[in-house]
Design a protein around this ligand. Structure first.
Ligand code: ADP
Ligand code: MG
Length: 274
């Protein structure tokens, strides 16, 4: 349905049942004193449970705006978003943002206390269950030996695991990540991508991940939605689950990156603006 042919990139239609997140004809705009800024134009996509769904596009094409809209922080001008069949109209604990700096962890609290914190504040779970839930999810992300450690004693990758554990403890339907590795040096960034993929393999959460890096999109994503420059429209959607970190040096990888690059910056076909 939403799969489009894109320049020779192999695309298989999605076959499974109903989508977890459905985004339909999403138009997002900002009104400022002087003008109206159209951030996205008629964007459509479906995220299925367990997807590593990547929004890829150049800076300013509306990726963050789409995440804000899915988060419930920005109301669409037209179109709609549904999570599990329910219309998204406001923020909710079923959609949690994992922020760019994993330094969002509270430095004076242990790993366990960082993970229990949102559960205590929101009273989403009975108080007597909270510690056990935290310990279970910390174990799941591979940090069982570090429950009492403080964030500054952990590596960047471990901090990311804590930040994701803290979100997962709230049992969201989907994790939202907005260019979480953009500020990192190349080596650290690669390590974080590896960590994220291995964590996903262990816990199989659903994520909606934003990046402007073609390479990162192919590596991190199981599905990639390619958006045009401002205002963002869907250029293509393709499967990327067949690519792993081991493929980077393969000849086909660079060619694929080039094709996506051309696709990103090609002139719009007969696209209508209003
Ligand atoms: P991306 O995340 O892909 O870089 P954004 O979603 O941040 O893109 O922005 C999309 C467009 O909307 C850009 O042209 C940007 O300048 C504009 N924009 C974003 N936020 C605001 C805002 N709060 N007010 C006005 N314009 C905005
Ligand atoms: Mg952005």
């Amino acid at each position: 349905m939403l799969v489009r042919a894109a320049d020779g990139i192999a695309m298989e239609p999605r076959v499974s049942g109903h989508a977890l997140l459905e985004v339909r004809d999403l138009v997002l705009q900002y009104k400022t004193w002087e003008h109206l800024v159209t951030a996205t134009w008629n964007v459509n996509f479906d995220v299925y449970a367990g997807d590593r769904f990547v929004l890829l596009g150049p800076s300013g094409c509306g990726k963050s705006s789409i995440l804000k809209a899915v988060g419930g922080f920005l109301a669409p001008v037209s179109g709609a978003m549904k999570l599990d069949g329910r219309l998204i109209t406001a923020p909710g604990p079923d959609r949690l943002m994992v922020f760019q700096e994993f330094e969002q962890l509270l430095p004076w609290k242990s790993v366990r206390d960082n993970v229990t914190f949102p559960m205590r504040v929101t009273r989403r779970f009975p108080a007597r269950e909270i510690e056990q839930r935290a310990d279970e999810v910390i174990e799941k992300v591979g940090l069982g030996r570090f429950v009492d450690a403080f964030p500054h004693t952990l590596s960047g990758g471990m901090k990311m695991r804590v930040a994701i554990a803290r979100a997962l403890a709230m049992e969201p339907a989907i994790l939202l990540m907005d260019e979480p590795f953009a500020a990192l040096d190349a080596l650290t960034r690669r390590r974080m991508q590896e960590e994220l993929l291995s964590l996903w393999q262990q816990t199989a959460f659903t994520m909606l991940f934003v990046t402007h890096s073609i390479e990162e999109a192919i590596l991190v994503g199981s599905r990639v939605l390619v958006l045009s420059p401002h205002p963002g429209r869907v250029r293509a959607e393709f499967n990327a689950h067949q690519f792993t970190l081991a493929d980077i040096e393969a000849p086909g990888f660079a060619a694929l990156q080039r094709r996506i690059h051309d696709m990103l910056f090609q002139k719009p076909l007969a696209e209508q603006r209003s």
